[in-house]
Design a binder for this molecule. Structure first.
Ligand code: ATP
Ligand code: MG
Length: 568
């Protein structure tokens, strides 16, 4: 065996920080930030960045700011700001009183731009957007200087002030950093740092008609907030020289260190806010909080716990190279957490009526059920048993194939915590031939589900009492995309063509045990033998219960791991 198992912790970012602390860099402070752009709901990829930034701060007695990178007036909305705050809190993190907006710094950013002009390091360029692109050159060809590059400081100051005053149309001028049009790094070829946009901004209203660009804003916002470690995803690696150039040129008192890490990608999942918005707007899902969405609101509604998401992020670790994580690992984390905390209940998704012929008519008895087989502290509850029950249609076969050990004509099985029953007959729909009702007998000696004579049965079925159970709608989910890497655009196809047509199955006439009458919205349960389910927080009411399947019981990940171990 040549593989070396390096377990996080430590990871390379933790190492950088601990080295910095040893060297007393930044006077031993650790200040990070999570900087979302409020142009959509957070997804599980963001969760990784949140866990990393807030986690690193917490581990090192530091602080982490929440900062909205709201430099783009047209795409940003208050709805998104509120949802992002809620999601970060839900994940279990707290920014204290350090909620910031890049737009709070617009005045300071403007002053810095004036300073750059005065230093001869920025100029107003009046080329059109197309011309700027043309002049920029390519990866193999150097760019050409803009004819406006040599404008005097005075002219630049005058034009920039008039840009701010609203004298010009959108696109008439931009402010550019004066760096190097021959740089091998395209980001350094006189990048635009301000553009004219006569747009209303969700926080500054109509105060501004020029808006700073992301690269210029981000480094300065970091510096203004005294960030020590500015952690971002790999696609910003090529932007780091610009990040450093702006701060070095302006000699800001604080110069954070930008550190890049690999984004989280999941199989069968798209993680781009733009594409997720397309799914919402196109009606392909019921909203940002559709339980199939990889958004944190979607996952919350689906029944995922914040602990399981944090756990996933830790297990995946921090890397310098992009990779795709098997979504089965996320499901494994969810299952592992819910197994511990979800009380067990019984529900029948596709009911088949069972009449116990020798059980007294009109009688109901209450059986005592533990709420969790391994955790007595979770207590117990009473579950009614009566003459007419429902079992799962799948648990009966008229002609059982080999290895089908559940109910069949003449066969005895156990009803969970109740009695042994034997199938003695059935009734069929005359037209379709479908079995619509079973007749069984029960053995009164087996109360609790155990035979005093020690005789064994090969199957235990879940069940509910017909008259006492409640009707419920149950929504079963599968992956939203049928393709392993739906975001890959190699095949040129629209990513929406990869949507899984069977990602949602709605079952309307399910039956659940009566204890669920008081289930709170969002409440999570294990339906015995079926999986983990939660009360839908949007559509479920006391009169019409709706459950979402969070995750099935099938432990795919354990299987995968086993297979991987065998391969190794
Ligand atoms: P998207 O591409 O999904 O629209 P984004 O990067 O544009 O995401 P931002 O709001 O700018 O979204 O992201 C906020 C922070 O979250 C950034 O620091 C970004 O690097 C990080 N982030 C976004 N997606 C991921 C991901 N898949 N894995 C890890 N971090 C991510
Ligand atoms: Mg972004």
């Amino acid at each position: 065996m040549t593989t070396v198992d390096i377990k996080p912790p430590p990871n390379f970012i933790r190492n950088i920080i601990s080295e910095d602390l040893k060297a007393n860099k930044n006077d031993g402070r650790v200040v990070t930030r999570f900087p979302p752009e409020p142009n959509g709901y957070l997804h599980i990829g963001h969760a990784k960045s949140i866990c990393l930034n807030f986690g690193l701060a917490a581990e090192n007695n530091g602080i982490c700011n929440l900062r909205f990178d709201d430099t783009n007036p047209t795409k940003e909305e208050v709805e998104y700001v509120e949802s992002i705050k809620e999601d970060v809190r839900w994940l279990g993190f707290d920014w204290g009183d350090r909620l910031f907006y890049a737009s709070d710094y617009f005045e300071q950013l403007y002053d810095y731009a004036v300073q750059l002009i005065k230093l001869g390091k920025a100029y107003v360029c009046s080329l059109s957007a197309d011309e700027i692109r043309e002049y920029r050159g390519t990866l193999t060809e150097p760019g050409k200087d803009s004819p406006y590059r040599t404008r005097s400081v005075e002219e630049n100051l005058d034009l920039f002030e008039r840009m701010r005053a609203g004298e010009f149309e959108d696109g008439a001028h931009v402010l550019r950093a004066k760096i190097d049009m021959a740089s091998a790094n395209l980001n350094m070829r006189d990048p635009t740092i301000y553009r004219i946009r006569h747009e209303f901004h969700h926080r500054t209203g109509d105060k501004w008609c020029i808006y700073p660009m992301y690269d210029y804003t981000h480094c300065l916002s970091d510096a203004i907030e005294g960030i020590t470690h500015s952690i971002c995803t790999l696609e910003f690696e090529d932007h780091r020289p610009l990040y450093d150039w702006v701060l070095d040129t302006l000699k800001t008192p604080c110069h954070p260190q930008q550190i890049e890490f690999a984004r989280l990608n999941l199989t069968y999942t798209i993680m781009s806010k733009r594409k997720l918005l397309e799914l919402v707007e196109g009606g392909h899902v019921s909203g940002w909080d559709d339980p199939r969405m990889p958004t944190l609101v979607g996952m919350r509604r689906r029944g995922y716990t914040p602990e399981s998401i944090r756990n996933l992020c830790e297990r995946v670790g921090v890397a310098k190279r992009d990779s795709v994580v098997d979504i089965a690992l996320l499901e494994y984390c969810v299952r592992e957490d819910l197994n511990r905390r979800a009380p067990r209940v019984m529900a029948v998704l596709r009911p088949l009526r069972v009449v116990i012929d020798n059980y007294p008519e009109g009688q109901t008895e209450e059986l005592e059920f533990p709420n969790h087989p391994e955790d007595p502290d979770m207590g117990s509850r009473k579950v009614p048993f009566s003459r007419v029950l429902y079992i799962e249609r799948d648990d009966f076969r008229e002609d059982p194939p080999k290895k089908f050990f559940r109910l069949a004509p003449g066969r005895e099985v156990r009803l969970r915590y109740a009695y042994y029953i034997t199938c003695v007959g059935m009734e069929k729909d005359e037209k379709t031939g479908e079995v619509v009702e079973l007749h069984c007998t029960y053995d009164p000696q087996t109360r609790g589900g155990w035979a005093p004579d020690g005789r064994k049965v090969k199957a235990t079925l879940h069940w509910v009492s017909a008259a006492d159970s409640l009707e419920a709608e149950v929504r079963l989910y599968d992956h939203l995309f049928a393709k392993l890497n739906p975001g890959e655009e190699k095949d040129g196809a629209d990513f929406k063509t990869h949507l899984n047509p069977n990602s949602l199955e709605t079952l309307k006439s399910c039956r659940v045990e009566p204890s669920l009458a008081d289930a709170a919205p969002g409440g999570r349960y294990q339906f015995e033998r079926l999986g983990y389910f939660c009360v839908d927080s949007v559509d479920s009411t006391k009169e019409a219960l709706v459950f979402n399947r969070t995750v099935s019981l099938r432990d795919t990940w354990a299987k995968i791991e086993k297979a991987q171990k065998q391969k190794a």
